[in-house]
Design a protein around this ligand. Structure first.
Ligand SMILES: Cc1ncc(COP(=O)(O)O)c(C=O)c1O
Length: 397
């Protein structure tokens, strides 16, 4: 059995040798020549039914299918179902990837699919990325939400519940949720895990009982802050429900983005390993600094009471949050940084810092927002000593 790192390099590239190319070709066609009206009609019907493209089926139109995007989707499905256990011990999980224009378009399609199935009630575990939280709280897509703690989930479920939504690690305070335990409570109700902070390198929720894995591929999957996309990996049956929604609402991934995200997968393991090592040392250093009230990082003592690091997730990830007490102190610190970039988003090669209450979580309703003194760091590939030196000078000045 090959390792995840090997799979990450080769996933979604099976057709390249026959094509006689080494890099995946970027097909920019928006439409495709048809061999006959019948071939076009049959393909149209198949895409409208959400079927994946079968061998020989015509390509038709980019909003329905594109080969560069399909390679990225195949690679994501491959990586999200990876297991190092022998097949006779763990039955393989069947999954398909469905790519979108952004992480929000991906999550929105999952919500719409549950509304379309006649099950619009969503139970969600906070904290969540602010955009997801606000989308659920607004009911814009026809869902109605109950926010519940992980222990109160079963009491919140009704016969109209079509989805449980959670993040692990969560944005911004890196809470870990027991995906296996929550999936057991959910029973037949699909569980959607936003696994953006973990990536398939560290965690594969489908192998733990979840039905939908959602990524903002804009983050670690692309890895360089220059491509925006989202992806859902789910069962073939649920993927059939998502594709027609994507086609009619139009939130498709563009082929050049798919090329960049697919390319990003090859280096995901090395990037994640290096960034995670940097995050661990930064988090430990932060705990020793004066004026820092609390550091949030699952790799610190006492911060993983359920013992999920090493069982559910193969490490603590590369996101760290810390509380400097007040908005004013957080603002001063950000303005004094010289190396670290003050910007939203995460998962890029350079280290980013942001203030969740003012930015990524500003749209979250009052009372559920992160504290005013909390800053969130996405640790990049710089030498960790340079990061601590930068924060150190900002804390002292
Ligand atoms: C955990 C998480 N999920 C989803 C999103 C939304 O992704 P996108 O910005 O690609 O739409 C973000 C964006 O920051 C995020 O942090």
């Amino acid at each position: 059995m090959e390792s995840f790192a090997t799979r990450a390099v080769h996933a979604g590239r099976a057709d390249l040798t026959d094509l006689g190319v080494h890099a995946p070709p970027i097909d920019l066609s928006t439409t495709n020549p048809l061999s006959s009206i019948e071939a076009g009609r049959d393909a149209y019907d198949a895409y409208a039914a959400g079927e994946p493209r079968a061998d020989g089926m015509t390509a038709l139109y980019r909003r329905a299918w594109n080969p560069t995007v399909a390679r990225f989707e195949e690679a994501m499905a491959d990586l999200e179902t990876f297991t190092s256990a022998p097949a006779d011990q763990v039955p393989p999980v069947a999954a398909e990837g469905v790519a979108f224009a952004s992480g929000m378009a991906a999550a929105a399609a999952v919500l719409m699919s549950r509304v379309a199935a006649g099950l619009p009630h969503v139970v969600a575990v906070r904290p969540l990325y602010g955009g997801t939280d606000a989308l659920l709280a607004s009911g814009l897509l026809g869902t109605d939400v109950t926010f519940a703690g992980p222990e109160d989930l079963s009491a919140a479920l009704t016969e109209r519940t079509g989805l449980i939504v959670l993040e692990s690690p969560s944005n911004p305070t890196l809470d870990l949720r027991d995906i296996q335990a929550i999936s057991r409570v959910a029973g037949d109700i699909p569980v959607m895990v936003d696994s953006t902070f973990a990536t398939p390198f560290l965690q594969r929720p489908l192998t733990l009982g979840a039905s939908f894995v959602v990524h903002s591929a804009t983050k670690y999957i692309g890895g360089h802050g220059d491509a925006m996309g989202g992806v859902v990996v789910t069962t073939p049956e649920l993927a059939r429900q998502l594709r027609p929604i994507r086609t009619v609402t139009g939130g498709v991934m563009d082929p050049f983005t798919a090329y960049l995200l697919h390319r990003g997968l090859a280096t995901l393991p090395v990037r994640m390993r290096a960034m995670q090592a940097g995050a661990q040392s930064l988090a430990e250093w932060l705990t020793r600094q004066d004026g820092i009230h609390r550091v949030y990082y699952p790799g610190l003592p006492g911060q993983d009471p359920q013992g999920l690091v090493g069982t559910q997730i193969d490490g603590s990830g590369a996101m760290v949050a810390f509380d400097v007490g007040t908005f004013a102190t957080a603002a001063r610190l950000c303005s004094r940084l010289q190396l670290i970039t003050h910007a939203v988003s995460l998962g890029s090669t350079d280290t980013l810092i942001e203030h969740p209450a003012a930015l990524t979580h500003r749209v979250v309703e009052e009372g559920a927002q992160p504290g005013e003194g909390i800053l969130r760091i996405s640790v990049g590939l710089e030498d960790p000593a340079d990061l601590t030196a930068d924060i150190g000078q900002a804390l002292q000045r």
